[in-house]
Design a protein around this ligand. Structure first.
Ligand code: AMP
Length: 442
């Protein structure tokens, strides 16, 4: 789950939920769920702007309308069986939402169930805003289905227990691989593949009948399967895009430091172009092998975008900042293409950023180039020759890569994975200019 920019985050979230209630009316809808989200409708209520049924407002609402097709409802007892009583050695990781366990749902858990490896996330009962994010996750992932979105298999909502059951992504998060100190196996072509998959996931969300804005793109929210196929996870901050003649959605500023688009931080105006900016940050991190924010780097390099964006279209300087672990794996042409793409995505002007559908097209061409290139290399190797396609400069003399591997937890909000890039004053002024009708209540 993502992190809001301040300790006021919990409040901000509940405020935006309230305003949504206000705008959409008090429909206690009976949902007719489906997975392609085109014909989703809310019986007894209007569909939400995304074309999806109105999200359940609270757990009671969800329980009385539990019918997400393709999403199973599990009992807590079944969750215990699937995780062998939440065995500590089954823990896969811990995010702001709570602990994630691996597990298997099979015949022993539920009669007739086809054995399925799963990841089970249990909401930390102390999490203040967990329910809302939990509901957002169930609402979006329960209805949207795409190869580049992690699949929600089911959920459990019993007494005080809130759990989510996902398809198991055996290689874990991109963050874990990209910022590993030793033994990073993310080659250039794997990174291009991951970027393409993330772009496809976002393009799907933006291209839905009414767009969905993901709002929390970052390496920690991209999960990888055993073949390095990438899927977007964590829809706790996702939001319906603008509808009708709206140009943007006004909302509280939430997301992760270092990834949020500047205009969103300053105005609270959210558009799909905010996600494109986040994608630019992700591309930059993958190109350089460095975190978006890292206070242990020299001062002028704290913020990766500020420091590196101007170098992206600098033919001579660019090769010197590229992750040296990819030496010899890419052509100059391919590098320039990706660097140019990142440069455009990171434009200060939202309209200067490409659409995600265009990003997908560009990355697709690279994948094709990459395949051809790998074939050439394989041929050369099979003839006993080696080749260096590109000579990148030696490792960053500052030795600043891959630091800050620790997750920061924010107990007060129950969230984590925050990287502070925006100073508080700037953030506060952004809040003041927030045009959310409910914002004056702060
Ligand atoms: P999160 O709370 O989503 O940040 O997840 C915390 C950690 O749990 C991630 O960094 C992953 O290592 C792991 N994890 C989360 N979801 C899955 C999944 N579906 N499959 C495998 N590992 C996962």
């Amino acid at each position: 789950m993502g992190v809001c920019f301040s300790a006021q985050g919990q409040f901000q979230f509940s405020q935006s939920q309230n305003s949504q209630k206000k705008t959409l009316g008090k429909n206690s809808a009976v949902y007719q769920m489906n997975t392609d989200c085109k014909e989703s409708s809310a019986v007894g209520g209007k569909p939400s702007p995304s074309g999806l049924p109105l999200p359940p407002k609270n757990i009671k609402d969800l329980q009385s309308n539990p019918g997400y097709e393709n999403v199973d409802i599990f009992t807590y007892e079944e969750m215990k069986l699937a995780t062998k009583q939440f065995r500590p050695d089954y823990i896969l990781g811990e995010g702001g939402f709570g602990v994630v366990y691996k597990g298997v749902v099979d015949e022993n858990v539920r009669a007739g169930y086809k054995s399925t490896k799963v990841a089970i996330k249990e909401l930390n009962p102390e999490g203040f805003q967990g329910d809302r994010e939990w509901l957002a996750e169930v609402n979006y992932l329960g209805q949207l289905s795409h190869p580049n979105l992690v699949k929600l298999i089911g959920y459990c909502c019993e007494d005080d227990h809130r759990l989510l059951v996902y398809e198991y992504m055996s290689l874990g998060s991109l963050e874990k691989h990209l910022f590993r100190r030793v033994g990073c196996t993310l080659t250039w072509s794997k990174r291009v593949k991951i970027a393409l998959h993330a772009a496809k996931g976002l393009a799907f969300l933006h291209g839905a009948e009414r767009s969905v804005i993901y709002r929390d793109l970052k390496t920690a929210n991209i999960l990888l399967d055993e073949c390095y196929n990438a899927k977007l996870a964590d829809f706790g901050l996702a939001k319906d895009g603008p509808s009708g003649d709206q140009t943007h959605v006004s909302t509280r500023v939430m997301g992760t430091y270092g990834y949020a688009a500047p205009e969103y931080v300053m105005t609270g105006h959210l558009t799909s172009r905010s996600d494109v900016y986040g994608f630019g940050v992700l591309l930059l991190e993958m190109l350089l092998g460095k975190r978006a924010m890292d206070k242990s780097r020299p001062c002028r390099e704290h913020n990766l975008v500020e420091w590196a964006r101007p170098l992206l279209n600098h033919n001579k300087k660019l090769p010197r900042i590229i992750d040296p672990r990819m030496d010899g794996q890419y052509t100059t042409k391919a590098l320039m293409k990706v660097a140019d793409l990142a440069y455009q995505c990171l434009s200060q002007n939202p309209k200067g950023r490409p659409l995600m559908s265009h990003v997908v097209e560009v990355l697709e061409t690279l994948k094709e180039d990459g395949n051809a290139q790998e074939e050439v290399m394989a041929n050369l190797h099979s003839r006993g020759k080696s080749v260096t396609l590109y000579e990148a400069a030696p490792s960053d003399s500052q030795g600043t890569r891959n630091v800050d591997g620790q997750r920061r937890r924010r107990p007060e909000s129950g969230r984590s994975k925050s990287e502070a890039s925006i100073d508080t004053d700037q953030y506060v002024s952004a809040l003041v200019s927030d045009s959310d009708p409910e914002s004056t209540k702060i």
